[in-house]
Write a protein that binds this ligand. Structure first.
Ligand code: HEC
Length: 93
């Protein structure tokens, strides 16, 4: 039931705010699948191991695999967009 509610909520956000759809979906995905090992503080730590957009892409793919979330490529891209937009702010190659 909780899952169904969050799916409805995400759908609402996607329909209500097309411009922010990817960011909102990315945020929901991270909140759902990425906090077993670290919280969101990981993305703003001073000794970050991620120094560029391609490194961020590689790290998200690596961690998505480790989380066993089984996201689609589109979902992985939404998370990369969300993390870059919110935390890293790397120029896109
Ligand atoms: C199985 C445990 C695990 C899960 C689940 C996990 N991570 Fe990680 N993640 C790590 C560890 C450990 C590090 C730190 C690696 C290091 O310091 O070398 C890390 C680091 C990162 C970093 C780099 C942070 C930085 O700036 O230095 C990003 C980005 C990241 N994770 C994204 C994600 C995302 C997105 C998810 C959800 C799909 C996720 N992680 C789920 C273990 C995990």
């Amino acid at each position: 039931m909780k899952k169904l509610l969050s799916i409805l909520f995400i759908t609402y956000i996607v329909i209500a705010q097309p411009g922010y759809a990817d960011i909102a979906t990315g945020q929901a995905l991270v909140d759902q699948a990425c906090q077993q090992c670290h919280d969101n503080g990981m993305y703003s730590r001073s000794n970050s191991i991620v120094q560029s957009y391609p490194e961020l892409q590689a790290r998200v793919e690596f961690c998505e695999n480790a989380s066993k979330a089984h996201w689609s490529d589109a979902q992985i891209n939404q998370v990369i967009e969300y993390l870059n937009d919110t935390y890293y702010k790397f120029p896109k190659p």
